[in-house]
Design a protein around this ligand. Structure first.
Ligand code: CP
Ligand code: NVA
Length: 295
């Protein structure tokens, strides 16, 4: 049987995303990982992903082992493909947070167990699952819901767009020149994605507004350029007032108040960010259950 990996959200079909989200809502925690190891490699810092993955593995009866990028040395101590072969002998599945997405691709090529992307330069699919779960919990359904992404067309944005299109949501993306997500301006079936330079136009009448940091991990040298480029892209009360009644504010966290979002929005009544952060745990438990064959 072919091993299924989760390097980006569209590694799952629409139906499979629904199955993962349903499994995420289960609170009986089937012991799908009893006696099994799960290695998590982090080349970059993490709070939510590391804690929620370790806990989710434990809830399913498995043994999580987190390792830093330097101690593992992917493509330094040994080729990514060799490491993946070895981890496959110890683990039920394994995950990695990497600077270079191609490392994950090469690990998946030789792995004989599922590989999970815990964030790369190109994608953050575990985050996208938690985002979908949060919207579904808040609105009861996903199809037809509208979501605006305002800010950097980064890894989080790229996976979010894929996730939203997959489940039948409409996405409105506002980015400044030079910071567009992949596929910018290309037509998408059913006009599912609308691109603009104007945050006010993007958020008009939407159910959810999403943003992320302007400077992602590994881009620290670009701080000054990026802060200048993103001027006018802060999600503030004026933007939220243009959204639909009952709309929510979403952010993958960590957040920088006063940059991509004001304190009044992220700490305000429309903010769903803490529920969203909690959902990382539930979504990843659902994902691992699904990868282990639960239904
Ligand atoms: N949202 C997210 O992935 O958070 P961490 O970087 O803390 O894991
Ligand atoms: N875009 C951010 C997300 C952090 C969870 C980064 O890659 O640093």
């Amino acid at each position: 049987m072919t091993v299924r990996h989760f390097l980006d959200v569209d590694d799952l079909s629409r139906q499979e995303v629904g199955e993962v989200l349903d499994l995420a809502e289960r609170r009986d925690f089937p012991p799908a990982l009893t006696g099994r190891g799960v290695v998590l490699v982090f080349e970059k810092p993490s709070a939510r992903t590391k804690v929620s993955m370790e806990l989710a593995v434990s809830q399913l009866g498995g043994h999580p082992m987190s390792m830093g990028g330097d101690e593992v040395g992917i493509d330094v101590r040994e080729p990514a493909g060799d490491l993946a072969r070895v981890l496959s002998r110890y683990c039920a599945l394994f995950g990695a947070r990497v600077f270079d997405h191609e490392r994950l691709v090469r690990m998946a090529e030789t792995a004989t167990v599922p590989v999970i992307n815990l964030l790369s330069d190109k994608a953050h699919p575990c985050q996208a699952l938690a985002d979908l779960l949060t919207v579904r919990q808040r609105f009861g359904s996903l199809e037809g819901r509208t979501l605006a992404y305002v800010g950097d067309g980064n890894n989080v944005c790229a996976s979010l767009i894929k996730a939203a299109v997959l489940v039948g949501m409409k996405v409105r993306v506002a980015t400044p020149p030079g910071y567009e997500p992949p596929g910018y301006g290309q037509p998408v079936a059913d006009d599912a994605v609308f691109f603009t330079r104007d945050p006010l136009e993007a958020v008009d009448g939407v159910d959810a507004v999403y943003t992320d940091v302007w400077v992602s991990m590994g881009q620290e040298r670009e701080v000054a350029t990026r802060q200048a480029a993103f001027a006018g892209f802060t999600v503030d009360d004026a933007l939220m007032e243009r959204t639909a009644p009952g709309s929510v504010f979403l952010h993958c966290l960590p957040a920088h108040r006063g940059e991509e979002v004001t304190a009044s929005v992220i700490d305000g009544t429309r903010s769903a960010v803490w529920q969203q952060a909690e959902n990382r745990l539930h979504a990843q438990r659902g994902l691992m259950l699904w990868l282990m064959g639960a239904s």
